[in-house]
Ligand binder design. Structure first.
Ligand code: SF4
Length: 188
């Protein structure tokens, strides 16, 4: 008989209502001793949705003392049945990796070192550079005199670490600048 995780929990729940498994001769002590050493021991299970693409796989997030300690694919969800692609499988490290940057770093032209900058400084700088490029290269008409209103010297490469809504906003922002060349890392 096929027995998935949910069936097993149901079965053991029903069984325990009438007769405990230990009365049936099942010994839990080795399992309990092993489980006590796991990082998810005593953690709360929270089912969440992977934000990286529209497949929307379900992930079980294990939370202990208010901190995320582990993630895994949800075996009960019929779409991914417990599996995750490389992006979803990296969910834990994406949120907790100690190497993750917390402030923007900037390397000036010809410099050999990175400087820590504020977000305000970086966003201002990006906006200036985008405007300079657009003012210089925006094309209203093509060689045949047809109106095109496009900017061909800038390019957007999307990231799989943006969710669907962020991708939509980025796409609209790029179109508003006249950018026509776009691709996405997930497609490559
Ligand atoms: S990025 Fe991968 S794990 Fe996340 S929803 Fe898409 S297929 Fe599933």
């Amino acid at each position: 008989m096929k027995c998935d995780r949910r069936d097993f929990l149901k079965f053991t729940g029903v069984g325990l209502a009438g007769l405990t498994l230990s009365q049936l001769g099942v010994r839990f002590s080795p399992v309990e001793a092993y489980a006590a050493g796991l990082k998810i021991d005593g953690a709360k299970e929270v089912v969440t949705v992977c934000p990286f693409c529209s497949v929307s796989c379900h992930i079980i997030a294990y939370v202990k003392n208010g901190k995320l300690v582990s993630t895994e694919g949800d075996p009960d969800y019929p779409i991914n049945e417990g599996s995750l692609c490389a992006k979803g499988a990296a969910m834990l490290t994406m949120t907790t990796n100690e190497h993750r940057l917390h402030q923007p770093l900037y390397r000036a032209p010809y410099s050999d070192k990175w400087e820590t900058k504020s977000w305000d400084w970086v966003l201002e700088r990006i906006a200036q550079r985008v405007k300079e490029t657009r003012d210089k290269d925006f094309m209203e008409k093509n060689a045949k005199g047809q109106r095109v209103n496009r900017l061909e010297s800038s390019f957007l490469l999307g990231t799989s670490h943006a969710d669907n809504e962020e991708c939509s906003l980025m796409h609209q922002a790029m179109r508003s600048l006249g950018i026509v060349h776009m691709d996405h890392q997930a497609r490559i």
